[in-house]
Ligand binder design. Sequence first.
Ligand code: SF4
Ligand code: SF4
Length: 449
Amino acid sequence: MKALTFSGGVHPSGEKELTCNQDVKVMPPPKMVVIPLLQHTGASCESLVQKGDKVKKGQKIGESRALITAPVHATISGGVKEVRLYNHPLGNKGLAVIIESDGFDQWADDIKRDDNFFRLLPQEIRDKVRDKGVVGLGGAAFPTSVKLTPPADKEINTIIINGCECEPYLTCDHRLLLENYREIIEGLKIIMRLLDVGKGIIAIEDNKLDAIKLLSAVIKMEPNIEVAIVKTKYPQGAEKQLIKALLGCEVPAGKLPFEVGVVVDNVGTAVAIYEALRDNKPLIERIITVTGSGIKEPQNIKVRIGTLFSDIVVFCGGLQGDIAKVIMGGPMMGIAQYTLDVPIIKGTSGILVLTAQDTFAVPAGPCIRCAKCIESCPMDLTPYLYGLYGRMQDYESMGKYDVADCIECGVCAYGCPAKIPLVQYAKWSKMEIAQAKKKKIEKKDKDIK
Ligand code: SF4
Ligand code: SF4
């Protein structure tokens, strides 16, 4: 079968062999966790606990009344040591609940298996997915209950489970496909039933032949589910590029996949939905890839949310070599960390530790108008203009060249022979535009008052 794909993109070296053939190991619960109250796209939670409180594993400790948000839960049992600002892996500091383990790792009383979950009504399913704090585990951490609530005027006809893992180094989704395929399929069936959709697709890149073979065999008895093979290319796992590759349709600029009748969820999210319904289990742990030349024992591990990078590194044998960079996620879209004293959050797909030999810095030069960035941009943008206007700090002009549609995939910067940090300029411009918009609204509100 021919592998499907989209136009543009790049083929960075995979570097997946470090971890892709090892079974997932379970890291024992740490002695302390730091659980940020904002781990998702949307509004931050408010703490439901305070210093000195006793908590059990799975107990809700943070909640918000906002529409786009997700609660957070204790990931170990023990005592609340503090609720305070702590290093956040997305940058700066964020309010976090710090829990010290009591060594019992005891579940909250209401976390019990429900074998009748298939009787739940659609709204009950959405409520439970929200209550259990499920968010997209592919990276963006968008609250899943919102994704499962399309506008009334949008008819959904296809559910895509995203098993592409196009970021170099990361293999946690590959391992999930091999080790948790039953839960993935059950999660997909729940979403299909919830949205009354007759077509489910599990998309897998053609560098994961073992997963393609396994899933294709398992779904033989599922007439409404198919496995689709997509080309190994970056950013094949980005929602819009995946929809284009599989269905040939474009999600309009600034719109969500609902617009073309599609809902896309990551493989890990499908498992989390299933566990939320069957086991009443909140999202308290996930599988991450810990890898790179700076890690002694690269591997995939199941780890509690809130575990510090430093504890994870120790579990993986410690650091080695001349450490140059620690990244949360992959090298294309990941976020560089300046300390290991930072917790993993729901959206953490990996910890990548690179040594000096992997990351020699090349200073940026002038644009040579080679057009490589334009040819490879999967969103058909003109990234060299972001470099040009970015250097002049002219974010308004960048806005005119559709910077809002940039998915921050980093493909342009990856291939740029002049090493211009195009994606950083695009991110900066988007931030400036958003801030200018916010100020305008605030001024308008003030004028009205
Ligand atoms: S401009 Fe944005 S979408 Fe296009 S390649 Fe660069 S980072 Fe990706
Ligand atoms: S890839 Fe770099 S050098 Fe080439 S046109 Fe784009 S910005 Fe200029």
